[in-house]
Ligand binder design. Structure first.
Ligand code: HEC
Ligand code: HEC
Length: 198
């Protein structure tokens, strides 16, 4: 291919930011919507919002379900089968589509829990050696690259993930270290705070 043609082709790919077959991505996205909601904004608190999530993080999770390395009980039950037949280009395309959707709004939560959760988010829990969440997840919990957005995620889902990190059924060194000494109340409070954010 002459250089100009390659350049134009690459520019085209870049603008669309889609690498898989677009028809198959759109068809697959339709299947995802049955649990994750229209445009990745879910109505069921067990099913995470995908809209507005970091693209690199979404790609990594879909590969982890595909490879069965993300092995908490709901990952196993719901997502291993879903991801089994996704190839690399389709994963990239789905991640790009959901990352580009506007995120769901936050939900109303008990103000006392929100206040207690905000303290953990900003200052960590020094007595338990838990670092401030905002150090990695960002001042507004929007994430960056492989670090997920947490703002406006469902509280029930967040609580479930923190318990899974704590017991290491969702094996992640960093988040296991952060969650292992959090108690149930602290997990509830930080999850309420994050769910309340938009
Ligand atoms: C039958 C319901 C169901 C369907 C259909 C489904 N999912 Fe999921 N998905 C879930 C559940 C439940 C979880 C949470 C798993 C857990 O708790 O670990 C999840 C988690 C995820 C996550 C991780 C999100 C995060 O914040 O870590 C991604 C990414 C994802 N799904 C993408 C998809 C895509 C893409 C499709 C379509 C190909 C899809 N899902 C179809 C139920 C479903
Ligand atoms: C040192 C950096 C770091 C700190 C500090 C940190 N996290 Fe994380 N967190 C991560 C990374 C990286 C991931 C992605 C893990 C993966 O790929 O499975 C993550 C994932 C998560 C998830 C899963 C989100 C989802 O969509 O499934 C939750 C919930 C979470 N963190 C909550 C917290 C909370 C609450 C705190 C503060 C107590 C915190 N994190 C502190 C780096 C960090």
């Amino acid at each position: 291919m002459p250089v100009v043609v390659i350049a134009a082709w690459l520019a085209g790919c870049h603008t669309k930011d889609m690498v898989g077959n677009e028809a198959s991505i759109a068809g697959t996205e339709h299947v995802c919507a049955s649990c994750h909601g229209d445009h990745g904004r879910s109505n069921n608190p067990d099913f995470p919002n995908l809209a507005g999530q970091q693209k690199t993080y979404l790609q990594a999770q879909l590969h982890a379900f595909h490879n069965k390395t993300r092995a908490d009980p709901h990952a196993h039950t719901y997502m291993w089968g879903m991801a089994a037949n996704l190839d690399g280009p389709t994963i990239d395309g789905l991640a790009a589509v959901f990352a580009a959707e506007p995120a769901a709004p936050g939900s109303a939560q008990d103000p006392d829990l929100v206040a207690a959760g905000r303290k953990i988010f900003v200052g960590g829990i020094p007595a338990a050696h838990v670092p401030p969440c905002m150090a990695c997840h960002g001042a507004h919990a929007l994430g960056a690259g492989p670090i997920p957005r947490l703002a406006s995620q469902h509280r029930v889902y967040l609580e479930g993930q923190l318990h899974a990190f704590k017991v290491n059924s969702r094996a992640n060194k960093t988040m296991h270290a952060n969650a292992q000494s959090m108690d149930d109340e602290q997990i509830r409070d930080i999850s309420a705070y994050l769910a309340s954010l938009s």
